[in-house]
Design a protein around this ligand. Structure first.
Ligand SMILES: Nc1ncnc2c1ncn2[C@@H]1O[C@H](COP(=O)(O)OP(=O)(O)OP(=O)(O)O)[C@@H](O)[C@H]1O
Ligand SMILES: [Mg+2]
Length: 277
């Protein structure tokens, strides 16, 4: 679905993304991991049109989408969430969802004068859709709450919910699990899997929690220092020497490799999650 060719994004002389090439297959939940500062969010920002690339190309379903604006990509079904949730805090949760589709009839003055019935119908449909999304995400009970009052995890669910208000094809999730408690992380994971299976969403997921990545993602792409280091099934990736080195440096490599060998098959991958570079 998405092909990234030799992508660069430099900030002055600093190469945040330094020749990254990767493919995201249609229907996959692709994981994107790597130490802090690896260039993951910058790569997302370039793909999603938030930042122009210094060079390189992004292709979606055979069409060159390099440098298109976020709203153009939005209309093609390419959506992203942000590492830090950016809800409209003084609006209710339901209102936050209802405003996503944009270009609604109620937005121009002429329409408000002449098309009241149409606006009313549209609002009713949006409200119904928002309530369905909230139910899907198991947060119907906060529909009328101001979004600013939500917990960190609930805000992340709301971010995911925003992608469900339109017909998304591919969704880029930047650390959707960061600062989220275990229960909500499970809910977020379940919602991602259901959206993938039932609605055909393709996902690319940045996350530091290796349990979460291991449970959800295939394949997993590893970035370090702006480049793609490895790509493959989660269990292979987590035993990959270059990957372990990128996270931890050579000193800890052998110790962690031993731990991973012991843990392999039990899900948990100690030492890989949340490690600061
Ligand atoms: N606007 C900017 N100007 C200058 N440097 C930047 C800018 N944005 C990011 N960087 C730098 O680029 C590098 C990559 O940052 P990025 O946020 O993409 O990393 P990341 O892999 O998402 O890390 P994390 O896991 O901590 O979120 C970092 O060293 C960061 O300081
Ligand atoms: Mg980031």
């Amino acid at each position: 679905m998405i092909q990234v060719h030799d992508l660069h994004r430099h900030f002055g002389g600093f190469r945040a993304v330094d020749g990254a090439s990767l493919t995201i297959e249609t229907g996959s939940i692709t994981g994107l991991i790597g130490p802090n500062g690896a260039g993951k969010s910058t790569l997302f920002n370039v793909i999603a049109g938030v930042l122009p690339p210094t060079s390189g190309r992004v292709v979606m379903d055979g069409e060159d989408i390099t440098g298109l604006a976020p709203h153009e990509l939005f209309h093609k079904g390419l959506l992203r969430t942000f590492q830090l949730a950016h809800e409209f805090s003084s609006m209710t949760v339901r209102e936050n969802l209802m405003m996503v589709p944009g270009a609604q009839a109620g937005e121009t003055l002429m329409n408000t004068w002449f098309q009241r019935a149409r606006i009313r119908d549209e609002e009713r449909a949006l409200r119904k859709k928002a309530d369905e999304v909230l139910e899907f995400l198991t947060i119907s009970h906060v529909a009328d709450e101001k979004a600013g009052n939500l917990s960190g995890g609930q805000k992340k669910l709301l971010e995911l919910g925003r992608t469900m208000m339109v017909d998304a094809k591919i969704v880029f999730l930047d650390e959707v699990g960061a600062g989220v408690n275990r229960t909500l992380l499970g809910t977020i994971g379940d919602a991602i899997v259901r959206l993938n299976k039932e609605r055909g969403y393709t996902f690319c997921v940045i996350e530091h929690d290796m349990d979460f990545i291991g449970r959800l993602c295939d394949p997993v792409i590893v970035m370090a220092a702006g480049k793609v280091l490895a790509q493959g099934p989660a269990d292979h990736i987590m035993q990959n020497e270059a990957v372990i080195e990128a996270y931890l440096g050579t000193g800890l490599k052998n110790k962690v490799a031993a731990e991973i060998a012991v843990e392999h098959g039990h899900g948990a991958q100690p030492g890989m999650g949340g490690v600061e570079a």
